[in-house]
Design a protein around this ligand. Sequence first.
Ligand SMILES: C[S@@+](CC[C@H](N)C(=O)[O-])C[C@H]1O[C@@H](n2cnc3c(N)ncnc32)[C@H](O)[C@@H]1O
Length: 285
Amino acid sequence: MTDAEMARAEQQALWNGVAGRAWVDEQMLLDRLFAPFAALLADAAREVRGGRVLDVGCGTGATTLAIAEALGPGGECVGADISRPMIESAHVRAGRAGVPARFIHADVESHDFAPASFDLVTSRFGVMFFGDPVRAFANLRGAVREGGGLVLLAWRGRSENGFMTAAESAAAPLLAPQPPRDPGAPGQFAFADPDRVRAILAAAGWAGVEIDPIDVDCTMSEADLDDYAVRLGTLARILPTLDDGLQARVVTAVRLGFDPYRRDGLVRFTAACWVIRVRPARPTG
Ligand SMILES: C[S@@+](CC[C@H](N)C(=O)[O-])C[C@H]1O[C@@H](n2cnc3c(N)ncnc32)[C@H](O)[C@@H]1O
């Protein structure tokens, strides 16, 4: 197996296993937390009103539904995801929402999309997990018409996103040392380096790429934080491998690690992200 194939197999297992189930269970919490990002993508989709949008790594579908609504009559948003449990949950929501959205269970790196069939590709935090990102973005380029656009949301670096790494940092002194990370390996922070993102997109055939920082204020309740801290992220994978005593000590340390973010009965943090964009041109003809 090549490194890319191994990375792809790992992501398949993760999003169809522990991570996928946690995202389905915590769907409401995550959608409340990341609602400002869904609004940003829906605004971008208004630029191609009545057109077709592909929402990559759509998860349980909140952004796909928001975009479909923004597209208005004649429009359609297709959500694509490798996670079967997340796509199944998205199907159920779409049935209730009554908007022009459709969901497919697909690895966008290799899925056989109809050529030039979309006006815009969007993603809320769904593009940092590809085993071979150049191959994935080349495949997406082929799915988009000439002059089609891209609006992707990705995390900036770990050092700027203390909330996102608080659980891991708090747990680290209690756990065996973790191997050093490859900063470009598939994962939440794989797109932290904008030069790397530019190089990937250029190699995949995307021109006119703009990358801008955004800082978004996010809020959750203290009750939500308890679920969030132990069910999502790296810790969710590590906790089940520990004995009960160590699990309890890690959970206590992690709760304390989030103290700097508690204020007035709420949990507040700033999400430091990139908006990666190729502006869509008007369709010709
Ligand atoms: C961090 S979650 C974000 C989910 C969703 N966009 C949201 O904001 O709620 C990342 C998503 O990317 C999906 N994903 C990862 N690799 C993928 C691939 N190669 N093709 C399609 N989806 C993929 C995962 O299954 C997961 O649903």
